[in-house]
Design a protein around this ligand. Structure first.
Ligand SMILES: [Zn+2]
Ligand SMILES: [Zn+2]
Length: 94
């Protein structure tokens, strides 16, 4: 089993406060999914290759956070979970 992003997999939500108003950011990926007009995750994968952001080797997943209050968008880097961390999380729910 490989690393996985807990946000992409619905295990946690983004934990990032808006830099402007401190409101909790929504995951814009899910927002775009809802409206069906945009495919953020593929763009994130593309971005990993050529813009200097951490790539898959570092097991980080880039999300676009969106503030519902002021409309600010910012990139949120989510640390992907290892299988060990995933197991620990499952234990915690037991
Ligand atoms: Zn993700
Ligand atoms: Zn805000």
């Amino acid at each position: 089993m490989d690393h996985l992003c807990p946000v992409c997999n619905g295990l946690t939500s983004l934990e990032q406060a808006c830099a402007h108003c401190k409101n909790r950011l929504e995951d814009a990926g899910r927002l775009y999914d809802r409206y069906g007009s945009y495919s953020p995750y593929r763009e994130i994968d593309d971005a990993k290759m050529d813009n200097g952001y951490p790539d898959r080797q570092q097991h980080q997943c880039l999300h676009t956070g969106w503030c519902a209050q002021c409309g600010l968008e910012q990139t949120v880097i989510v640390q992907e979970w290892t299988p060990d961390m995933l197991d620990a999380q499952k234990d915690a729910f037991r």
